[in-house]
Design a protein around this ligand. Sequence first.
Ligand code: ATP
Ligand code: PAU
Length: 411
Amino acid sequence: MDPKEVEIPGNSDPNQPGGRISHLALDIGGSLIKLVYFSTNYDVDDEVGRSGKKSFGVSNGNRDHPVLKGRLYFVKFETSKINDCLEFIQNKQLHLGGYRHLEAPPIDKTIIKATGGGAYKYADLFKEKLGISLDKEDEMDCLVGGVNFLLKAVHQEAFTYMDGQKEFVQIDHNDLYPYLLVNIGSGVSMLKVDGDGKFERVSGTNVGGGTFWGLGRLLTNCKNFDELLELSHRGNNRVIDMLVGDIYGGTDYSKIGLSSTTIASSFGKAISDNKELQDYRPEDLARSLLRMISNNIGQISYLNALQFGLKRIFFGGFFIRGHTYTMDTISVAVHFWSKGEAKAMFLRHEGFLGALGAFRSYDKHGADDSLVHQLMQPFPTTSCLAGDKICSPPNGELNENESIECSVYAS
Ligand SMILES: Nc1ncnc2c1ncn2[C@@H]1O[C@H](COP(=O)(O)OP(=O)(O)OP(=O)(O)O)[C@@H](O)[C@H]1O
Ligand SMILES: CC(C)(CO)[C@@H](O)C(=O)NCCC(=O)O
């Protein structure tokens, strides 16, 4: 794209008098649509500028673009409710926050960065309903771009979770690579990341978040994902999982390092209990299912980390949902299989990696890493609650309905 052919317009944000929205990016996945957008109350920022002038190219002397100070907003919708998402974008006029091809025919003039399979599947719908074109960015590129951005720019983004203890991880920018990124969406992608834009998708599994939600819904009749998570929180997996102790008469199988409480076979008790589905409590079914899927992903992740000699594994994707039991199970699996050698880490903005990567790609043609050049500690806001039809996570760990204070360059 020739920078001369485009402009990034600002438009009014009805929720923020005088606010301007200058960028919107989408990640349209198999289960969820994620939106990231930037909004500012200020016009061109005076404070950061040099020589008392408006801040053109402030922190990067090569740039001759104004700097806008404002906030990044994070919102999500279920993909099956894409019409709610279109309505939200329309109501807030977010679709004007892309870039414009000045010479394109009217229907192709406004362009929004988008990633995920839905950027292909729903391109015509976006054109028909909002009159915008989706500029497709590769999903894996965006995931890696999103994580690297978060790890470098956001204070207290990554943390470990084990035995009920959450600890933020200090990221050394000079010692970040290589690492394994495990993105648990509907399906799971595993990427070995060696640098910014330097990565390989080394593995994946079809047993992921979609499997948990899909099977869980069938087994428990839950009506939404958070209800299923909430159920799992209250359940006891031992009711339905077959443990080593169930097979070994209550004792450990210590010769091969298995304690009596290790799950020998997920859902294994169902073969001999002589019970029907309705005889099990939905709580216990949900717990066994969550544990089975989290364990499996933890183990495959560890095996990939082992194969490529990686000690750090970052887990992202909306399956995790900041849910303590999920994180605990994944961490224990990684710890168990790696004998404490590898470390599972989680991300505060876990579900927005791809959308953030797409957001960053607006700056592809600019200098270095300068679209979002200044970030502060994220803190909660209520600004985007109105458009989000999805409840907050059960443990109150907000990964949506949050904003990050930041600055962007506008063309
Ligand atoms: N409110 C929700 N509704 C549906 N699923 C949810 C919700 N919250 C969390 N999830 C979980 O998150 C998963 C989707 O995660 P994510 O948005 O990262 O992936 P995706 O982009 O939709 O999938 P993919 O990348 O495979 O296309 C769901 O499959 C489900 O397990
Ligand atoms: C197909 C994608 C990449 C779509 O996001 C994801 O759902 C996934 O990685 N699924 C796992 C596919 C596999 O590697 O078996």
